[in-house]
Design a protein around this ligand. Structure first.
Ligand code: SAM
Length: 311
């Protein structure tokens, strides 16, 4: 695929994430009243494994983000890299946990879509207005800058352009800064993601980086996922970095970060609220039982199981 086509396929992954999140939210895995405003597609049922995976991912990432906010008393900034249609800004505002400023970065085309949604949906625009003070709210089709929330259209592979745009929106490199990349680095070459990590490590004197990404995609599910993305011409340029937790840690340590820790999602899953996990385990057993009866595992089977797991 040409560069543009490959980038277009990468941009499409943002739709995948929001569709899956919305479905999991609609069947009660976690609460997010905002995701519905960002999804165009009709409600599409997802397999329980996918819902559980997203649940653990959203829970794990927000757990770490909240720990950073508490540690800094919210006197910090968050930079969400490749944020797509993420709704964290709104959820943090509802919980009274906004940092001094929350930045999002994505390709200009994705940013334009997000801004369009914000402009046309009052439940999205109102919280931004409410948290805004002063008179400098800037909003055009490719960027939005308010006092607490800002979206920047930029390509993460070009860090000097990225930095310039963020600084125009009053990024303060001296504030403790939390950078978040959720399923983003895998779409860049190892060289490009190394540059981004190096830029972040050398730009912010006090910072933490949360990276959520696939590792060890050699199992059956990993292979299915890779094939699926490749069929759509999506370039998984960074997949070779994702061999193991060690290679993830090493990448951070080699690019200017002092310490790095990595845990796999099975462990995260075991730390999740036990009532939820128990519920989904029952769920799992039910699925296997059903599979054991050799009935085809159709969507309606999943529907039944989803509903039972909610009781
Ligand atoms: N972080 C969001 C989430 O977890 O819901 C979206 C994840 S989606 C799988 C990957 C996102 O990264 C897409 O929105 C895509 O446009 C963005 N992205 C990937 N490469 C990028 C680049 N070079 N510059 C800017 N954004 C990029």
């Amino acid at each position: 695929a040409g560069l543009d086509e490959a980038d277009e396929a990468v941009r499409g992954t943002c739709e995948d994430a929001s569709v899956c999140k919305r479905f999991a939210v609609s069947v009660g895995y976690w609460k997010d009243p905002y995701i519905q405003y960002f999804v165009r597609q009709a409600k599409e049922r997802k397999a329980p494994e996918i819902n559980r995976g997203y649940y653990a991912r959203v829970h794990g990432v927000s757990y770490l983000i909240k720990a950073f906010l508490k540690k800094t008393d919210c006197n910090c900034q968050i930079v969400n890299l490749g944020a797509g249609m993420d709704t964290l800004f709104w959820r943090l505002k509802d919980e009274n946990l906004l940092p001094r400023k929350y930045f999002e970065v994505d390709f200009p085309m994705i940013v334009a879509r997000k801004i369009h949604n914000i402009k046309s949906k009052p439940p999205l625009s109102k919280p931004i207005m409410e948290s805004h003070s002063g008179d400098s709210l800037l909003i055009d089709s490719h960027s939005l800058d308010s006092s607490r929330y800002s979206i920047v259209g930029a390509d993460l592979r070009f860090s000097s352009d990225l930095e310039e745009k963020l600084k125009k929106h009053n990024l303060d490199i001296h504030l403790p800064t939390l950078l978040v990349a959720e399923c983003v680095l895998v779409y860049m070459t190892p060289q490009q993601s190394a540059n981004l990590l190096k830029w972040a490590a050398s730009t912010f004197p006090v910072a933490m980086f949360i990276n959520y990404e696939q590792v060890n995609m050699t199992d059956r599910f990993g292979q299915i996922m890779i094939e699926n993305l490749q069929r759509r011409q999506c370039n998984l340029a960074g997949v070779e970095i994702c061999r193991s937790l060690d290679s993830q840690r090493e990448r951070l340590l080699l690019n200017g970060w002092e310490t790095a820790r990595a845990i796999d999602m099975m462990k995260v899953y075991s730390f999740l609220p036990q009532a939820d996990v128990k519920r989904s385990c029952e769920h799992n057993i039910l699925i296997y039982l059903l599979e054991g009866t050799h009935e085809p595992r159709s969507h309606s089977n999943c529907l039944l199981l989803e509903t039972r797991s909610q009781k």
